[in-house]
Design a protein around this ligand. Structure first.
Ligand code: SF4
Length: 512
């Protein structure tokens, strides 16, 4: 939400397709699973202003590696082959993008359509259903079953609850005819909620359908800030929604906050954070607002002079980390916190945490299948993983689904990244740093048939300065991110990013 998910197409570097030095001697079922197996004790991040100022620079959020900047146009027929060749036994994670919002939040950097026309969602739902049918016919099913298994599902936006309760029931009922779902609460079925956009029945309807996790967009509770970003709601409304969700049995309730918004001060944000802690969400995302009005039209409504200066933003971040840590929340990484008994925190301590386009997740063994305008899929075929994106323009997306009705060869994805084994190696290293603050060289050697110290000798040399500054610790066994470096995990990961050069420098926001 606060950072840049660029859709800019960049030419794919085919030179990376044929690795010369990386041998996949062991293909893990779970691509980021570490062989360490031991329970990890997580250290709290140490807020060091001098280090943040020294190392903070623009960088990706690594919901994938390579990042979305490496998309190239989709060759004809490739999406069909990718879906047909998918490993039938790999469970699925489904993502549905609902692009509609009734009000414009001025900080918004999402792919959304502002509309008050309720019928827009009904029309869109019919396109989603056609797209599901169209893709589903290509998917093989595992032995002994007649439908592919869905372990994870997420509705994002936009505002997913722009769909009426009846439309949500219709979507869910159709999905049951196409996919197998896990029994009560064994799966991870979640939805983003705008607390202002709920009917009296919506939460009950969602819970009865099988959703078990919600994420509430709050951002800030201060009225002056809310007015400045055009997103006004009371703390009581948030508390009531959260209480109702908990009463209905939703677990892992997440709240999104943003620091760096107009008129925010360390004091006002501190009040918001403390009030939110009283509500006791299981997870918190605290995003950094990146003001990029030249790229995101909505942000032109925000006056630059109303924004807190960099020093105030750093104070807000430091205070927020301290307050959340004192309240018992575990820092997961990047902008995420969770209670120690939340499954994300448990997975991190057990070395089983993953990261993909849905952020931090415990479902790293799933292929991600996206539906709707701009949605992203991530699908493994043997040793290769493909990242695909549907058209980001609603009319173009709908036209592709219309065309597919008479021509089954037409598919909605317009961009693709084919990851090489070299990419998979770097992805593994980057995701381990971001999920577990650690790279185990022996583990990397075993999985990829390399000598990690020799292979990454330049990166290790580059990390020397961070070691001197005590952000990381390196020895013959591996690289460990130290408490002072935890907030700069993305900066450590960037050292291993082969694509990160000057051509992309200005496409990302600052890490902190
Ligand atoms: S609700 Fe989300 S997607 Fe919609 S305008 Fe606000 S920030 Fe953007």
């Amino acid at each position: 939400m606060s950072d840049v998910n660029s859709n800019t197409q960049q030419p794919y570097n085919h030179a990376n397709e044929q690795p010369t030095t990386v041998r996949p001697v062991m293909q893990p079922d779970n691509p980021y699973a570490s062989t360490r197996g031991s329970i990890m004790t997580k250290q709290l991040p140490a807020f060091d202003e001098a280090m943040i100022n020294k190392y903070n620079r623009s960088g990706p959020r690594y919901t994938s590696y390579p990042t979305a900047l490496e998309f190239s146009p989709m060759p004809e027929g490739l999406e069909t082959k990718i879906l047909q060749n998918r490993e039938a036994r790999a469970p699925l994670s489904l993502y549905f993008h609902i692009p509609f919002c009734r009000h414009l939040c001025y900080y918004c950097a999402c792919n959304k359509i502002i509309t008050k026309k309720n019928s827009d969602s009904g029309d869109y739902l019919q396109y989603l259903i056609k797209e599901i049918k169209h893709k589903r016919r290509l998917l093989a099913v595992p032995d002994g079953s007649d439908k592919p298994l869905v372990k994870q599902l997420h509705l994002g936006g936009g505002t997913p609850t722009f769909l009426s309760d009846e439309e949500m029931v219709q979507l869910w009922a159709f999905l049951q005819t196409q996919f197998e779902f896990l029994p009560e609460d064994e799966g991870d079925y979640s939805i983003e909620i705008d607390p202002r956009e709920l009917s009296g029945e919506t939460l009950k309807v969602l819970r009865n359908l099988g959703f078990n996790r919600v994420s509430l967009g709050v951002q800030d509770l201060d009225e002056t800030v809310q007015i400045a970003v055009n997103r006004v709601h009371s703390a009581e409304l948030i508390e009531n929604v959260l209480t109702e969700a908990r009463g209905l049995g939703f677990h892992s309730i997440n709240i999104d906050l943003i620091y760096g918004l107009p008129h925010q001060t360390p004091d006002t944000l501190d009040k918001t954070v403390r009030r939110i802690i009283e509500m006791s969400p299981d997870r918190l995302s605290v995003f950094n607002y990146a003001h990029l009005p030249e790229r995101f039209k909505a942000q032109r409504q925000i006056k630059e002079e109303d924004l807190p200066d960099p020093a105030a933003k750093l104070t807000m971040l430091g205070n927020t980390i301290n307050t959340l840590s004192e309240a018992g929340y575990q820092y997961i990484g990047i902008d995420h916190f969770a209670k120690p008994d939340d499954e994300l925190a448990v997975a991190q301590r057990e070395g089983k945490l993953h990261r993909n386009f849905q952020g931090y997740t415990i479902m790293g063994d799933c292929d991600l299948l996206g539906f709707g305008v701009s949605s992203i899929s991530q699908i493994a075929n043997a040793n290769t993983r493909y990242i695909l994106q549907n058209d980001t323009d609603l009319q173009a997306y709908q036209a592709s689904i219309d065309a597919a009705q008479s021509n089954p060869a037409v598919m909605p994805a317009v961009k693709v990244i084919k990851t090489s084994i070299k990419d998979r190696l770097r992805e593994y290293v980057i995701m381990n740093l971001l999920c577990h603050d650690y790279i185990d060289f022996k583990d990397v050697n075993q999985k990829f048939g390399i000598d990690a110290i020799t292979y990454f000798i330049e990166e290790i040399q580059q990390l020397g300065a961070m070691q001197e500054d005590k952000l990381i610790d390196m020895d013959a066994a591996g690289i460990r991110v130290l408490p002072k470096g935890r907030l700069l995990g993305r900066n450590v990961a960037m050292v291993f990013d082969e694509y990160l050069d000057k051509k992309h420098k200005n496409r990302f926001s600052k890490v902190i």
